[in-house]
Design a binder for this molecule. Structure first.
Ligand SMILES: *Cc1c(COP(=O)(O)O)cnc(C)c1O
Length: 410
C-alpha cells in the first residue's frame, strides 16, 4: 500500500469537486459505496420534497397546472445535456423496464415489422432481457441472446430488428464503445437501445456524438433522484415521429384533455409518456438535476477513476494474499465501479462491511461491487473504506454466523 493518509488529504485539498459533498445529507458513520444502486440525498431534493408536500396541501388539483403535468418534458430538457442530447429529445417517465418495452415496440413498428429478431445481451441486468423476451412472446418476434463476451458483429443477421445493450455493465463495470457499436448495428439495418443505467451521472455520455438514436437510463442511481425516481428515455430528433409506441396511454396522446375515444400520438418525445406520474418524486429529482447543471463531467470522470484506483491500490496486497480476485477493468474500459470476487465469502464480506458502515453491494455469483460517486465521496472516505475492508478480512470478521444469511434485497 503506497497511499498514506497525508497523501490522501492532499488529494482532497486539490479536488475541484470537493464542495459538492456538503450539499448531500449523508448519515453519520456511513461510507457509502453504493451510489450505483441508490444515490445519496441532495439537500435541495429534501427541500423540494417538503415544498411539494405543501403544494399538494394548498393547491390541490391546481398543482397539475403549476409544473406537475409538464414535468416529464421539463426534466427531460434538464437531463439532456448530461447525456449529450438536445432539447426535446429526452423525457423523464416510467422506469427503465417500461421504457425498453416502449422503444422496442416503437422500433419494430417503425420498421414495418420487416425484421423479427430482438437481441439482448447475456450478463446484462436481467430486466433488459426479460422485457425483450416478454415483447417477443407478445408480438410474435424471436428473442435471441448475445452470449457475454461474444462478438456482436457475428450475431447481427439481417433479421435483427433491435439490440438492447448497456453502455456500462452493472456487474463488471465494462464500458462499451458506444460510437463504434452504434455504427456497426446501424450498418446492418438494425437499431440499438442503449441502457445508460450505470453511465448517466457516472461519466460523460455523448448520445448525439455517438450517433445513438434510442436510449433509456435511471435517475435513482448515479443521478441521486431518490428511491423510485422515474427513468428517462431518449429518442433522437429525427426518429421521433415514426409510429406508435405500444403503451399508448392518455398522457402520450396528442390532445389528452380532449378525451377522444381514439388514440393519436403526440408529436415529438411526448408520445413516450403513458399515464399519470407522481408529482412528489419529480420535485426532488428536478432540484437534483439543477444541481447537476453545475457539475463538470470531465472533472467527475477524472475523480471517479482516481477514487477507484485509490481503493484498489490500498487493497492490492491484501486481495492477493486472500484469494480475492480484482476483476476491475482498465480505466478506459470501465464505468465508475470496482468489482472483486470471492465465490465462497463474497456475500459475507459485504455484510460485515455494511455492519461497519461501509456500504457496498453483492451480486451473484460471488461479486462484491463498490460504486464511486465523486460528488459525495472524498479521497479520505475511500481510504477509510479500504481500511475497514482490510480489518474485516484480517480479523476474519466475515466468518461470523450473522453475516451468512441473505436478505430479500441484496
Ligand atoms: C438498475 C438497472 C435497471 C433498473 O430497471 P428499472 O425498470 O428502473 O427497475 C435496468 N437496467 C439496468 C442495466 C440497470 O442497471
Amino acid at each position: 500500500m503506497t497511499s498514506t493518509l497525508k497523501r490522501v488529504n492532499d488529494l482532497d485539498c486539490r479536488d475541484p469537486l470537493a464542495a459538492f459533498k456538503a450539499r448531500f445529507a449523508l448519515p453519520k458513520g456511513v461510507l457509502y459505496l453504493d451510489g450505483n444502486s441508490l444515490g445519496a440525498q441532495p439537500l435541495v431534493a429534501r427541500d423540494a420534497l417538503d415544498a411539494t408536500r405543501d403544494q399538494w396541501r394548498d393547491e390541490l388539483i391546481k398543482g397539475w397546472n403549476q409544473g406537475w403535468f409538464d414535468a416529464p418534458e421539463r426534466l427531460g430538457d434538464l437531463l439532456a445535456p448530461l447525456v449529450g442530447a438536445g432539447a426535446g429529445e429526452v423525457i423523464v417517465t416510467d422506469n427503465i423496464t417500461l421504457n425498453i418495452f416502449k422503444l422496442l415496440g416503437y422500433i419494430t413498428e417503425s420498421q414495418g415489422r420487416s425484421r423479427s429478431v430482438i437481441l439482448s445481451e447475456g450478463g446484462n441486468f436481467p430486466t433488459d432481457g426479460y422485457i425483450a423476451q416478454g415483447l417477443c412472446r407478445f408480438a410474435g418476434f424471436e428473442h435471441r441472446v448475445l452470449p457475454e463476451g461474444a462478438v456482436l458483429a457475428d450475431h447481427l443477421s439481417d433479421d435483427v430488428a433491435a439490440v438492447v445493450l448497456s453502455q456500462v455493465n452493472y456487474r463488471t463495470g465494462r464500458l462499451r464503445d458506444m460510437s463504434e457499436t452504434t455504427a456497426l448495428v446501424h450498418a446492418q439495418g438494425a437499431e440499438v437501445v442503449w441502457d445508460l443505467a450505470h453511465s448517466a451521472g457516472a461519466l460523460p455520455v455523448n448520445l448525439h456524438d455517438c450517433g445513438a438514436r434510442y436510449a433509456v437510463g435511471c435517475t435513482y442511481k448515479y443521478l441521486n433522484g431518490g428511491p423510485g425516481a422515474p427513468a428517462f428515455l431518449y429518442v433522437h430528433k429525427d426518429y421521433q415521429d415514426k409510429g406508435w409506441q405500444p403503451l399508448s396511454g392518455w398522457h402520450g396522446h396528442a390532445t389528452p384533455f380532449a378525451f377522444n375515444c381514439d388514440y393519436a400520438p403526440a408529436s415529438g418525445i411526448t408520445r413516450f409518456r403513458t399515464g399519470t406520474h407522481s408529482a412528489l418524486i419529480y420535485a426532488p429529482l428536478e432540484a437534483t438535476l439543477r444541481l447537476w447543471q453545475e457539475v463538470d463531467m470531465v472533472a467527475l470522470r477524472e475523480k471517479s477513476l482516481a477514487l477507484s484506483e485509490l481503493f484498489r491500490d490500498c487493497l492490492a496486497d491484501l486481495l492477493k494474499s486472500e484469494g480475492i480476485e480484482d476483476i476491475t477493468l482498465p480505466q478506459a474500459e470501465r464505468g465508475s465501479q470496482v468489482a472483486f470476487t470471492h465465490r465462497k465469502h463474497g456475500y459475507a464480506i459485504v455484510q460485515a462491511l455494511i455492519e461497519r458502515g461501509v456500504i457496498g453491494d453483492y451480486r451473484e455469483p460471488g461479486l462484491m461491487r463498490f460504486g464511486f460517486t465523486p460528488l459525495y465521496l472524498s479521497y479520505e472516505d475511500v481510504w477509510q473504506a479500504a481500511q475497514h475492508f482490510r480489518e474485516v478480512i484480517e480479523n476474519r470478521e466475515y466468518l461470523e454466523a450473522r453475516f451468512q444469511t441473505r436478505s430479500e434485497v441484496t
